[in-house]
Structure formats: structure tokens, C-alpha cells
Write a protein that binds this ligand. Structure first.
Ligand code: MD3
Ligand code: FE
Length: 222
């Protein structure tokens, strides 16, 4: 457990690179609990949570469920042809509003927040052994920011650069409740999750084990 009496204070907002802003503890416990509940519903269907099979032959260790558009390697589709052929759950208005609040909190820019119109959420569940290798998110046809919300176990998040898969990169610990927004020059940076820190989550989120990451994206598709 990460709790105890002597929790170190964490800063309010850290710009890790231009356009990449970490806001520790942005989500209240109550908001985290609500998100865990709705993610459990989305995980049941219409397209159940699954391990994405990669064309190169591997299987991702994270388990993913999509809302709005379905992501399959390496494009967004209306239906989950790689799972059960059904359309994912619709992207709810309240989630777009949450995304706009997130952009406002990270950038302090009311105009940037107002024009943010994400249409898709990718929800990744990490068990204690799951990882995500360094990659770029470039299947979106929009340069709008990606909003990332973390719940449950902490992880090491590796934030690289837009040019190369590799150094220089910065390792950041993402804790339950943290917000990260990736926009501007950081939108196409390499990033990944080299490890989860099992047992570091707060049971009061409703997630007993593992890590949940919700990313909001604008696919730029009609
Ligand atoms: C930086 N997810 O879903 S979230 C992904 O924690 C993904 O599950 C990781 O990478 C996770 O594609 C990292 C942080 C993140 C998400 C999207 C980004 C960082 C990003 C897009 C562009 C740049
Ligand atoms: Fe990514």
C-alpha cells in the first residue's frame, strides 16, 4: 500500500516536455470510483475487453476496451472486426466534458479546452505483469491532445521524444488519480509503460488490483 502517515507531497502540475503536462491527484476518489464502475460495464460489452492480437503475431499484454470508435492495429473502425463484429458503446457527452476539464486543468487555456472534442476512449487494464512497449499514437487523423487518466496501481510511465524510439526519455511515476495531457509538440512522442507496481493502488477506488488507464482521443474521423 502506498498510504501510511507520511505520504510525500506531490507538485500540482509538471510540464515534462512542451505540451506534456502531468497533474498529480487530479481525479477525486469519488470520480475514480465512478470511472471504475463505468469501465466495468464497458468491459462486459457490447465488445468485451480483450487482448489485441497484433498483425506481427504477438498479443498485447494489456487488456483493452474501446468506446466511440474501435481501435485495432493500426486503425479506427466502426465495428470490432477483430473481436465480435459489434460496434463499441457510444462515447458519452459527460466523458467529452471531463476531457475539456482535463485540458483546462493541464494547460490553463480556456479556448484550448473549449475546442477539445474527443470522440473515442481507449481503456487499458494492466494486471501486475502487463507492459506496453515504446510506441507512437499516430492512427488519429487529428493533432488534438490525448488525455490520460490513471486509476489503481501505480506504474512507471516512460515518456520519450517524437524522433526516436529510445533515449532521451524521462520516467515518471503515474499514481491513481493522476492526469496527463499530451498535446502540441509532445502529441507524437514515443511513450510506454515498462512496469506496473503491484499492490500500490488504493482499495477505495473500487479496483482491488491492477491498473486502469483511460485515454481520450479525437480520431479526426467523421
Ligand atoms: C503520449 N497507454 O493507450 S497513457 C495508449 O498507460 C497508451 O495505458 C499508456 O500508450 C497507458 O496508447 C500510456 C499515456 C499516453 C497516451 C497516449 C499518448 C501518452 C501519450 C499519445 C501521445 C503521446
Ligand atoms: Fe500510446
Amino acid at each position: 500500500m502506498s498510504g501510511g502517515l507520511f505520504r510525500l507531497p506531490r507538485p500540482e502540475r509538471v510540464e515534462v516536455a512542451p505540451g506534456a503536462v502531468h497533474v498529480p491527484g487530479w481525479l477525486s476518489l469519488e470520480r475514480q470510483r465512478e470511472l471504475v464502475t463505468v469501465c466495468r460495464e464497458w468491459a462486459r460489452g457490447p465488445v468485451p475487453i480483450h487482448r489485441t492480437v497484433l498483425p506481427a503475431g504477438g498479443v498485447m499484454s494489456v487488456q483493452t476496451v474501446c468506446v466511440g470508435w474501435h481501435w485495432q492495429p493500426y486503425r479506427y473502425t466502426r465495428t470490432a472486426g477483430d473481436v465480435n463484429g459489434l460496434p463499441p458503446a457510444p462515447f458519452p457527452d459527460w466523458l467529452g466534458e471531463l476531457g475539456r476539464s482535463a485540458v483546462a486543468a493541464a494547460y490553463g487555456d480556456a479556448a484550448a479546452a473549449e475546442r477539445y472534442r474527443p470522440d473515442t476512449a481507449l481503456i487499458n487494464f494492466y494486471d501486475g505483469a502487463a507492459k506496453m512497449g515504446l510506441h507512437q499514437d499516430k492512427n488519429e487523423k487529428s493533432g488534438a491532445p490525448v488525455v490520460s487518466l490513471s486509476i489503481g496501481d501505480s506504474c512507471v510511465f516512460r515518456f520519450g521524444n517524437p524522433e526516436t524510439r529510445g533515449r532521451p526519455y524521462t520516467d515518471v511515476e503515474l499514481v491513481s488519480g493522476d492526469l496527463f495531457v499530451f498535446g502540441g509538440p509532445s502529441r507524437f512522442a514515443y511513450h510506454g509503460v515498462p512496469k506496473v507496481l503491484p499492490g500500490t493502488g488504493e482499495p477505495a477506488t473500487g479496483l482491488a488490483r491492477g491498473r486502469l488507464n483511460i485515454t481520450l482521443r479525437d480520431t479526426g474521423l467523421a
